[in-house]
Design a protein around this ligand. Structure first.
Ligand SMILES: CC(=O)N[C@H]1[C@@H](OP(=O)(O)OP(=O)(O)OC[C@H]2O[C@@H](n3ccc(=O)[nH]c3=O)[C@H](O)[C@@H]2O)O[C@H](CO)[C@@H](O)[C@@H]1O
Ligand SMILES: C=C(OP(=O)(O)O)C(=O)O
Length: 440
């Protein structure tokens, strides 16, 4: 199994080298995790192809083993076979994985199979500010489950079968949408969700639910219709490439003035991401199943035609620019000549880390909890910086470091291992001088 501890927590990089080469991206953590949670709904065997070796996956597989499920992972091939046949859950004994948001999607399958689930308060996830639990509780209750607060956790119970519902979310929440579909799958009849999230990973998760035998209409739109209550089967599912990882490696090529090509089978997801690259003088091309980012000269922020506005990147639920990619473009912003505004419309407290960029000599102004302005293009120097527990921020700090000649250190970069397998190995294959080290 791949349940070894991973103690190296800092990234050391000798930056300044243009990164060049080809990358085959892994699967999207935010598709893989809800799919893994959903597997618990069925007693039939399953084969999942393209499973990444990331720490969040390890944690979910560990809980499956603890519950008595059959788990077999061929690490080299990334093939996971799962069989939740002789699976037992004891709410007083088993603890769902902490420090990852996706644990919350184990609740509906546990409810369906065992009538009870217990969710630790500490499920957390990236420290992006408040991660609300109420929309989930509303969904569980609406379907007929009872939710009560106990010390340090939430206890969710079902006495009878879940009832189909019509539900309208306050906002298009990714995991709440997935939890809705998971509950609806077990509620005999038709359930409808309005203001559903539609991110590529939500679509991928819905396609997996279809493989299990759940009829879903409206995938990719803001209204999902789920026909639940049928017998669920098994089968084989192959994960798509992660648009976050594709974008990350394209951005790494661009910020180091190199030429990185990334395999990309779904360029139809990229028009807005491509236009956002263009705002910093980076041209993305998609051809023959591969994408590359070209930079002609130094990175430069495009000047808007409208007077008195800043070039801006506005992140919000899909089909807006994806919020998890914002830090990666902030890294481009501090490197590009000119000024740009970054607007995080999703999280209240997700931009505090940008003060850390001043250690490289970058100039970033915090307008309010949702907006910052980068004054880019100045001289940057290598630095020792500290990452918060936010995957994409550790990457953004690494990107800036990789673009500056000299030795930099990103402390607490371990969150990267939550989403990106072989990150350092991939970087080395592109010519980066980078390694993991332990805390001194
Ligand atoms: C495991 C997983 O899939 N995690 C992703 C999922 O988390 P998650 O599903 O937790 O994120 P949500 O979509 O629920 O949004 C997170 C928080 O942002 C706030 N909010 C969000 C949208 C909105 O229109 N208004 C609003 O106030 C809420 O406080 C909410 O709690 O989606 C987030 C938003 O794409 C991503 O950052 C996470 O990587
Ligand atoms: C924020 C993320 O994950 P989580 O929701 O698990 O914290 C992420 O994938 O960037």
């Amino acid at each position: 199994s791949f349940s070894l501890p991973f103690p190296m927590s800092n990234l050391i990089v000798h930056g300044g080298a243009p990164l060049r080469g080809r990358i085959t991206p892994s699967a999207n953590k935010n598709a893989v995790l809800p799919v893994l949670c959903a597997t618990l709904l069925t007693r039939a065997p399953l084969r999942l192809v393209g499973v990444p070796d990331i720490t969040d996956v390890r944690k979910i597989l560990d809980i499956f083993r603890a519950l008595g499920s059959q788990v077999h992972l061929d690490e080299a091939a990334g093939v996971l076979t799962l069989h939740h046949e002789h699976t037992h859950f004891d709410a007083s004994q088993h603890r769902l994985p902490e420090e990852m948001r996706s644990s919350i999607m184990l609740v509906p399958p546990l409810l369906a199979r065992f009538g009870v689930a217990r969710l630790e308060d500490n499920i957390k996830g990236c420290t992006l500010g408040v991660r609300e639990i109420d929309p989930h509780v509303e969904v569980f209750r609406h379907f007929g489950a009872e939710v009560e607060r106990t010390e340090g956790s939430l206890l969710v119970r079902r006495t009878g079968a879940l009832q189909p519902v019509q539900h309208w979310l306050d906002y298009a929440s990714v995991t709440t949408t997935e939890n809705f579909v998971l509950c609806a799958a077990g509620a005999p009849g038709t359930s409808t969700l309005t203001n559903a999230a539609s991110e590529p990973h939500v679509q991928e998760f819905c396609r997996f639910m279809q493989l299990l035998g759940v009829r879903i209409e409206g995938i990719g739109t803001s209204r999902l219709v789920v026909h639940g209550g049928g017998e669920l089967g098994g089968g084989e599912f192959r994960f798509d490439e992660d648009f976050h990882e594709i974008t990350t490696f394209l951005a790494l090529g661009a910020i180091t003035g190199g030429d990185v090509r990334v395999k990309n089978s779904a360029p139809e997801n990229f028009p807005l991401i491509d236009r956002t690259f263009e705002k910093f003088g980076v041209r993305v091309e998609h051809e023959g199943g591969w994408s590359c980012a070209r930079v002609a000269g130094p990175l430069t922020v495009q000047t808007p035609f409208t007077a008195n506005v800043l070039t801006k990147v506005e992140a919000a639920p899909w089909p807006y620019f994806p919020v998890d990619l914002l830090p990666i473009f902030i890294a481009l912003g501090v490197r590009a000549q000119g000024n740009a505004m970054f607007w995080n419309k999703v999280y209240d407290g997700a931009l505090g880390w940008t003060s850390e960029l001043s250690k490289f000599g970058a100039h970033v102004f915090s307008s309010d909890p949702h907006r910052i302005v980068t004054f880019g293009g100045g001289q940057l120097t290598p630095a020792v910086v500290e990452s918060p527990y936010i995957i994409r921020v550790a990457i953004a700090l690494f990107m800036v470091a990789a673009s500056i000649p000299g030795r930099s250190e990103i402390r607490n970069a371990l969150p990267i291992r939550r989403a990106h397998p072989r990150f350092v190995e991939n970087l080395r294959s592109l010519g980066a001088q980078v390694e993991w080290t332990c805390e001194e």
